[in-house]
Write a protein that binds this ligand. Structure first.
Ligand SMILES: NC(=O)CC(=O)C(=O)O
Length: 282
């Protein structure tokens, strides 16, 4: 049987998901994001989240034009100064990052002094596969992050939960097909499986853009209940996050002490299946 993860010292906090309206003008996107971060802080938010690709229209075809390096880039400079000015932890959505001739979909996180404390490259993205760090430690506890499609792969959230994270936060941009089908369901699934808070922050929907984001930025509690959500327009979604709820649900339904790794197959090993469906470990 496995041991329960040791939750790091943590305290309640107010989470704000900024469902940002994003246009084609990068510098306007940066200014607008900063004003919304400051607005969320004025409303008492301690941890603020921006959506995936908050500085550019959504789509890999836009990446070459909007990409910038993390070191010395305008977006990182804005995010760092906004976190400092607002005095909040900031999960800065994601930006197209240029690095050594390649482009990554990259999330950066900052502490209230503006220091960069976490970087995550979207893991599950067609031809890009760069495992990044998926956790950072805030004074409110450990928080795990992923980007959009990463939400569909339960292992990231499970590993984060097992390492003591109280929340998993995903900047993301589902669309009008997959949004109604899976956006909320996946968040509730990750929350109930891992007994942790899960939040996903989308861009606002822009029907003039080539990609129509689903919106519906949402926060789910460790029981799997939706505690804050919205429709598709620009807005800020606020939720009170209490890490004690994570401990309460994990003590009431003690999945963490009842796991039977001694009888499960090792899921980290890959298995090849033949035509009859018989699996062989590789
Ligand atoms: N946009 C994504 O990365 C993923 C998505 O829309 C989905 O999984 O659905």
């Amino acid at each position: 049987m496995s041991k329960a993860p040791i939750l790091s010292p943590s305290s309640p906090f107010k989470l704000a998901l900024i469902q940002l309206a994003i246009g084609a003008d990068k510098s306007k996107n940066l200014q607008h994001a900063k004003s919304k971060i400051l607005e969320a802080a004025r409303h008492g938010a301690n941890v603020v989240v921006l959506p995936e690709c908050f500085n550019s229209p959504y789509g890999t075809n836009f990446f070459p034009e909007y990409a910038e390096p993390l070191d010395g880039g305008d977006s990182v400079a804005m995010l760092s100064s906004a976190a400092k000015e607002a005095g909040i932890y900031l999960i800065g959505g994601s930006i197209p990052e240029s690095r050594q001739g390649k482009i990554y979909n990259t999330l950066t996180a900052y502490d209230p002094t503006g220091k960069l404390i976490g970087v995550h490259n979207k893991v599950h993205l067609f031809d890009i596969d760069v495992p990044g760090k998926i956790r950072f430690k805030a004074k409110y506890g450990k928080i795990g992050v992923g980007i959009c499609y990463d939400m569909r792969f339960p292992e990231l959230a499970t590993v984060a939960a097992r390492k003591g994270c109280v929340a998993m936060i995903y900047p993301g941009a589902f669309n009008m097909t997959t949004g109604p089908l899976h956006w909320e369901l996946l968040q509730r699934a990750r929350a109930v499986d891992n007994q942790m808070y899960v939040a996903a922050c989308s861009p606002a929907r822009d029907l003039e853009a080539s990609y129509h984001a689903w919106g519906h930025s949402t926060v789910v509690d460790p029981t799997g209940a939706v505690i804050a959500t919205c429709e598709e327009s620009e807005t800020i979604v606020y939720a009170d996050v209490d890490p004690a709820q994570v401990e309460t649900i994990r003590s009431s339904i003690p999945l963490y002490t009842q796991r039977r790794f001694d009888i499960y197959d090792d899921v980290s090993e890959s298995v090849a299946f033949d035509d009859e469906g018989n699996g062989t470990k590789k």
